[in-house]
Design a protein around this ligand. Structure first.
Ligand code: SF4
Ligand code: SF4
Length: 374
């Protein structure tokens, strides 16, 4: 691609890597649904390139970029290592300035609603997925401390997830200190192109978590975990927060990474015939494809193979709010594929996917760790 006129150096570098092979089209959910090149990764790369060159994003270009789920399935497929999501962030930053005022108002309202506990909690209370079940377990032994990310919506919608994790960790001899709800990881702001607000949250979190002096930070929501692991990419290397962000990122693990080498034989498991939905943020974002499945299999579960397991369920942060038709189509396909083997339950690893699938699922949808705290 001719990229010499593009002012943004980072975008230029990313675009230059694309060799137009089109392999990514086959694994892009929006291309599969809509069959249009402009709703494929390659098409969007071209759109961002030409829009940056002209310094003008048309209404049509905004539509095609908005339809992208940021699922990063294309990054997993791309043989050239194109960092598509970083390019998309750059493109969306430009798009935001050209967006019609009414769209800016709606996006601002949704963002504030989701990230302000006093606004979100009453809605979350009504939409609640599960209550805490069972008593809290006291850590055995010295109770080595780990920091558990509370998340902003998860504690209200599904408090049993982190309750289960605390119990599991206590049985393994760890004490989990949960961060308060107001400490959102910043993902909602970042993905709605409110970088300034995202950075304020990120810096506040880094400063707060550094005072905890723990060896490990655990995330039970793969979307939040990915955001925290990506913190360094939000800072210039000369920024004093860059090294701190790297330190925090290195210490952060998804709960599956933390549990994979632990002896789980003492846990009481819930017996169930399950299927497992692997969130995009875990498989494509954190590059941990297959990890949860292998832990579940080691514990004696037999999750059935799921057709098109690499494709997004349509949740994708706020996507289901802004792109309801596409989101619903992806959910319908996902639920159909997840239920082929007639499971009693679907398990997953991210609160967004869990709530999205549960809305239309006749069988329960849970976080997989809840199976381990019976
Ligand atoms: S991030 Fe997902 S939806 Fe967006 S272009 Fe890549 S594969 Fe398609
Ligand atoms: S797979 Fe990679 S190199 Fe090929 S068209 Fe897609 S983004 Fe470009």
């Amino acid at each position: 691609m001719q990229t010499h006129q593009i002012a943004n150096f980072k975008a230029n570098e990313i675009i230059r890597k694309c060799v137009h092979c089109g392999f990514c089209l086959a694994t892009c959910p929006t291309y599969q649904l809509l069959g249009s090149e402009l709703d494929s990764p390659r098409g969007r790369i071209y759109l961002i390139k030409s829009s940056l060159e002209r310094n003008d994003f048309s209404t049509k270009s905004i539509e095609h970029l908005d339809r992208c789920l940021t699922c990063r399935s294309c990054e997993t497929t791309c043989p050239s290592g194109v960092e598509y999501s970083s390019l998309l962030d750059i493109g969306r930053g430009f798009v935001e300035k050209k967006r019609p005022v009414w769209q800016k108002v709606v996006r601002y309202s949704v963002r504030k609603l989701l990230t302000t506990p006093v606004l979100f909690n009453p809605i979350g209370f009504i939409a609640k997925h599960s209550q805490r079940q069972g008593e809290a377990v006291t850590p055995s032994g010295d109770g080595k401390k780990v920091l558990l990310l509370g998340g902003c919506v998860q504690p209200v919608l599904a408090p049993n997830i982190n309750h289960s994790i605390k119990n599991i960790l206590a049985k393994l001899g760890f004490e989990a200190i949960e961060t308060p709800q107001k400490q959102c990881c910043g993902a909602v702001d970042q993905h709605l192109s409110a970088e300034h607000d995202a950075l304020k949250k990120v810096k506040r979190n880094i400063d707060s978590w550094l005072t905890q002096q723990v060896d490990t930070i655990i995330s039970s929501a793969s979307g939040c975990g990915l955001m925290v692991k990506d913190y360094p990419s939000l800072f210039d290397k000369s920024d004093p927060y860059y090294q701190k962000a790297k330190y925090i990122s290195r210490k952060t693990q998804d709960i599956a990474e933390f549990l994979v080498d632990k002896d789980l034989s003492q846990l009481n498991l819930e017996k169930a015939n399950i299927s497992y939905h692997e969130p995009c943020t875990l498989q494509h974002g954190q590059k941990l494809a297959g990890l949860v499945n292998s832990i579940l299999q080691q514990l004696g579960y037999t999750p059935a193979p799921v057709k098109d397991s690499h494709l997004c369920c349509g949740s994708a942060g706020t996507y289901s709010i802004f792109q309801p038709k596409l989101s619903q189509a992806l959910k319908n396909n996902k639920l159909k594929h997840l239920q082929v083997a007639n499971p009693e339950m679907i398990v997953t690893a991210n609160i967004g996917c869990l709530m999205h699938l549960q809305k239309d699922s006749k069988i329960p949808v849970k976080h997989w760790v809840e199976l381990l705290d019976n």
